[in-house]
Design a protein around this ligand. Structure first.
Ligand SMILES: Cc1cc2nc3c(=O)[nH]c(=O)nc-3n(C[C@H](O)[C@H](O)[C@H](O)COP(=O)(O)O)c2cc1C
Length: 171
């Protein structure tokens, strides 16, 4: 069976899910199979040769399904190549403080697994999608979506993942 990469993500409003899907498409362009799954739904990582975990920042913390996934599968993940990405409004064009904050949010994950690489991507802030708040935002006509995801950067990192994780393309 060809070796496969798992991309396990947490996402509340869908922006990080789309990043995970774009990463999987980029991995496949390199001739390596990739599955994309919500981190909370993954029961078994043993099928995978490498794993990528990703989550957005909410109030300075990683959306918890991702760190919980790492905690749940820590033993199995220790024996595999793992990389991570973090997304957030502050990470579109991040300064040193933004990177420091993102790394702080990743501390729990890093204490459990060794990360071969970490990427930081912008997010999509969509006030209209926040329950309750969204209703009033729409009512006030201020439904301004701020999307600072850079698809070229996301695709470039995705294409590099098989090499980073040491997974060869199927012949
Ligand atoms: C309530 C709330 C809190 C947020 N807190 C942060 C934050 O601390 N740092 C940051 O960079 N982005 C923050 N964001 C932006 C999200 O990380 C960004 O919108 C992300 O793309 C959402 O991902 P999702 O659609 O997969 O849930 C916040 C967004 C909301 C709605």
């Amino acid at each position: 069976m060809p070796e496969k990469i798992l991309i396990a993500y947490a996402s509340r409003q869908g922006a990080t899910k789309e990043i995970a899907e774009a990463l999987a498409a980029a991995v496949r362009e390199e001739g390596v199979e990739a599955d994309v799954r919500p981190a909370g739904t993954v029961a078994d990582v043993s099928l995978y040769a490498g794993v990528v975990v990703g989550a957005p920042l909410y109030a300075g913390n990683l959306l918890k399904d991702m760190p919980k996934f790492v905690e749940r599968h820590a033993k199995a993940l220790k024996a595999k190549p793992v990389a991570a990405f973090v997304s957030g409004s502050s990470l579109g064009d991040p300064g040193p403080d933004d990177i420091r904050n993102a790394n702080k949010a990743l501390e729990g994950v890093k204490s459990r697994v060794d990360l071969l690489d970490v990427a930081y991507f912008g997010g999509r802030f969509d006030p209209g999608r926040i329950p309750v708040v969204g209703f009033f935002v729409r009512l006030g006509g201020r439904d301004r979506v701020k999307d600072n995801r850079n698809w070229e950067r996301i695709r470039t990192w995705g294409r590099g993942l098989p090499a980073v994780l040491g997974i060869p393309a199927a012949a």
